[in-house]
Design a protein around this ligand. Structure first.
Ligand code: AKG
Ligand code: FE2
Length: 351
């Protein structure tokens, strides 16, 4: 009873906040008061997103690299136009397997690890050290390991692999950093969303993500899906918090955001695509590409994957769990990988 009243009051408060916002919105419009632009700041946009992008110019700025198993210019052109790109056969599959062996070992011996995890319907969906998550939950649908790379050199080497680093450096800036990483055993089954409202650095446009399959993707395992070209659609206004989402202050919910994205993609005539790539391949997606995880048709099918979000040193001057700059952070293949101050005792512990 008490909780029902609490919920009604909470809802009423939220509705009032929304009405006040709309009132303010329309009166600002009436009196021609300028609100902040509902888009990324043009002054800090990555070069690849600028109207005047030219590969020749960009190529002079990026760090010299060895021969790549793909044509960088073509892949960047595709990424710029469609908001995603697949690089085929660019990662050593034996390393991918070795990392999954580590994950199995860590799951089996989870009581020794403070690595963060999030498990479905466990601890109110709060991030929790995996030592406190029962093994059945760790192995179940809806679980993810968070920032596993903090504890594994193998993982750090894979997510900054020399075949990936030049693409990353060209897509944002040469000063790249790892922002956050997630390991999934099953599809996330997440609704359609864009990442920048959640995965936010000081510069929201400085965001690119990699989807690394740890096994060949089966179509019944809930593949990743996305809408090509959706990275350029008009951005959603969360109300009060603009294009970014803040749990406490935003007036519109993630569900409303998701509905907006579906409707806008339909209006723009964009078509959903499903990602069926193989171990050794990588998909990169733009921080504003609309994507999600398909439902799992066959619960016996795993969909092991490693998702990495990258930003730049300007966007993220230190580990996202830290508030002080780190002196001489680690460099892996020219990419900065900060250390997590909360897990200093478990840095690179998995061998
Ligand atoms: O892999 C998935 O199912 C979705 C992951 C995702 O959207 C994310 O980590 O941003
Ligand atoms: Fe996402």
């Amino acid at each position: 009873m008490k909780s029902t009243i609490k919920n009604i009051l909470k809802e009423a408060k939220k509705r009032l906040k929304k009405d006040l916002y709309l009132l303010e919105h329309y009166s600002n419009k009436f009196f021609s008061i300028q609100k902040p632009a509902l888009d990324f700041d043009p002054d800090t946009l990555p070069f690849i997103d600028r109207p005047k992008y030219s590969f020749a110019k960009l190529n002079k700025q990026i760090v010299p690299h060895g021969k790549l198993p793909y044509n960088l210019e073509e892949k960047l052109d595709f990424f710029r136009e469609y908001g995603y790109v697949v690089l085929e056969n660019v990662l050593p599959t034996n390393e991918v397997d070795a990392i999954w062996d580590e994950i199995e070992f860590v799951t089996e011996n989870h009581e020794n690890y403070d690595i963060d995890g999030l498990a479905h319907r466990f601890n109110d969906q709060k991030e929790t050290p995996i030592k406190r998550i029962p093994k059945e939950n760790l192995n179940g649908i809806g679980t993810r390991f968070i920032d596993y790379h903090d504890s594994s050199v193998r993982a750090k080497n894979l997510i900054t692999h020399p075949n990936l680093a030049p693409f990353l450096q060209a897509s944002l800036t040469p000063q790249m950093t790892v922002f956050q990483s997630l390991i999934f055993k099953y599809s996330s089954q997440q609704d359609l969303h864009q990442d920048f409202p959640w995965v936010t650095s000081k510069i929201p446009s400085h965001l690119v993500a990699a989807w690394i399959p740890m096994e060949d993707v089966h179509q019944d395992a809930g593949p990743l899906f996305y809408y090509p070209k959706s990275h350029r659609m008009p951005k959603f206004d969360f109300g009060k918090t603009g294009i970014l989402f803040h749990y406490e202050n935003s007036l519109f919910s993630p569900d409303q955001f998701s509905r907006y994205l579906t409707e806008t993609c339909t209006q723009l005539g964009l078509k959903k695509e499903i990602l069926l790539i193989k171990k050794g391949d990588v998909l990169f997606w733009h921080g504003a590409l609309a994507h999600g995880g398909m439902p799992i048709n066959d619960p016996s099918k795993t969909r092991k994957s490693f998702v990495v979000h990258y930003s730049t040193k300007d966007g993220l001057p230190q580990h996202r769990r830290s508030n002080v700059p780190e002196e001489n952070p680690d460099q892996y293949h020219g990419i900065t990988v900060y250390s997590n101050p909360l897990l200093a005792h478990q840095k690179d512990i998995v061998k």
